[in-house]
Design a protein around this ligand. Structure first.
Ligand SMILES: *Cc1c(COP(=O)(O)O)cnc(C)c1O
Length: 397
């Protein structure tokens, strides 16, 4: 059957594909250790589950307003005021079926053929494909360890053309864990001053931070920047709620209303009971997140050290999110058992086949010299997994 051209522009999410393959191997009885997961391994807290159960029992199981219930929008507005010192009206908030859905609807509302969208690499896998689906052109700015995986004001300035419509920022970053400081954001804001460029700030890992300085969003730099910024966030990562599918966006009312219009023609509202759960997540006890981040920190400390002890791997210390993004390019060209490690995809396939360890190739994030490992998994898995990786890499010559 003939399918539309647009389907050929994009690929399935590579991270979800790795998880699916690891699950298939597991179902066959193979002991796969997976570093592929892009979600916390913790359970959703009990108070949040209870709020959803209550919603079901009370019959809160029908369509809601497309853009989300008032109660949740109010909780989101409070969160922005309290955590980020940003104030919004209800008309500036949309609740979607996950932050990914908010981002998708935003790209559909903003971009079209001829537009350029600046995406710093390494980037989250979906930004590029979402932009491609709008027929706009992604303009990738490369970064590496030397700059802490962050773009500089000069790089941004050089990437801007008359066609630039937006910059997508993700701090803390998936996959690198890089976090932009207030000073760094200020210098990016200076480049963007007076220009008709939207900033999409994906703050989904806001609470998963390992240093003492507080989280900083570019929207907080000054009023002009705030008026051009759309902040995207959600409950998936902070509250271990990936399956509930609740994310949200805040920005100029005239854009949010278009995002809501698009949402009204695809999903309608996000799930009613999940919205009630999200209210509890935002307003209820926040201790579980603190505990989760403490655990992530211990695992990060361990995995960074253990990876750096392996010959051929160099791993920087991420300051946020729950991923490490070690450089593995020193291994390229080596071989074992007639198999040459030519790139990050070949290395990932080698690790899965030889020692049953699932990692994601860096090429999926626009950086082929790396692989991504999620440490949102047990310490036991991390210990044994890194041991297996070490063994597999020592066999290369
Ligand atoms: C997980 C993730 C998302 C999507 O989160 P959902 O709310 O579950 O859709 C968005 N951006 C980044 C960078 C992520 O890692």
């Amino acid at each position: 059957m003939k399918v539309a051209e647009r389907t050929k522009k994009i690929k399935p999410s590579p991270t979800l594909a790795i998880s699916a393959k690891a699950n298939r191997m597991r179902a066959e009885g193979i002991n796969v250790l997976s570093f592929g997961a892009g979600e916390p391994d913790f359970d959703t807290p009990g108070n949040i589950k209870e709020a959803a159960i209550r919603a079901i029992e009370e019959g809160f199981t029908k369509y809601t307003a497309v853009e989300g219930i008032d109660e949740l929008k109010t909780a989101i507005i409070d969160k922005f005021r309290k955590d980020n010192n940003l104030s919004y009206e209800k008309s500036q908030i949309v609740v979607s079926c996950g932050a990914k859905h908010s981002l998708y609807n935003i790209t559909q509302a903003l971009f079209e053929k001829g537009d350029e969208v600046i995406i710093p690499a390494p980037y989250w896998v979906s930004y590029l494909d979402m932009v491609l689906l709008t027929d706009a052109t992604p303009v990738v700015i490369e970064t590496d360890e030397d700059g802490g995986f962050k773009i500089t004001a000069t790089q941004l300035e050089n990437a801007i053309t008359g066609a630039t419509r937006a910059l997508i920022l993700n701090s803390p970053s998936n996959p690198t864990g890089a976090v932009y400081s207030h000073n760094e954001l200020t210098s990016l804001a200076e480049v963007l001053a007076g220009k008709d460029i939207v900033i999409i700030s994906d703050d989904i890992y806001e609470k998963i931070l390992y240093h003492d300085s507080s989280f900083c969003n570019i929207a907080g730099i000054n009023d002009e920047i705030r008026s051009k910024t759309i902040v995207v966030n959600g409950v998936s990562k902070t509250y271990a709620m990936t399956g509930w599918r609740i994310g949200y966006a805040a920005g100029p009312a005239e854009v949010i209303s278009e995002v809501v219009k698009i949402q009204s023609q695809n999903t309608s509202n996000p799930t009613s009971i999940a919205q009630k759960a999200a209210v509890e997540a935002l307003l209820g006890d926040q201790q579980m997140t603190v505990h989760m981040v403490e655990e992530f920190r211990k695992r990060r400390d361990y995995i960074v050290c253990a990876l750096n002890a392996i010959h051929g791997i160099e791993c920087t210390n991420p300051t946020g999110a729950f991923y490490v993004f070690p450089r593995v390019s020193a291994l390229f060209g080596k071989a074992a058992g007639g198999r040459t490690i030519s790139d990050s995809t070949a290395l990932s396939a080698y690790l899965l086949d030889e020692v049953q360890v699932a990692v994601v190739p860096g090429s999926a994030f626009g950086s082929d010299g790396h692989i991504r490992l999620s440490y949102a998994t047990s310490m036991e898995t991390i210990r044994e997994g890194i041991e297996r990786i070490g063994k597999a890499l020592r066999a290369l010559a």
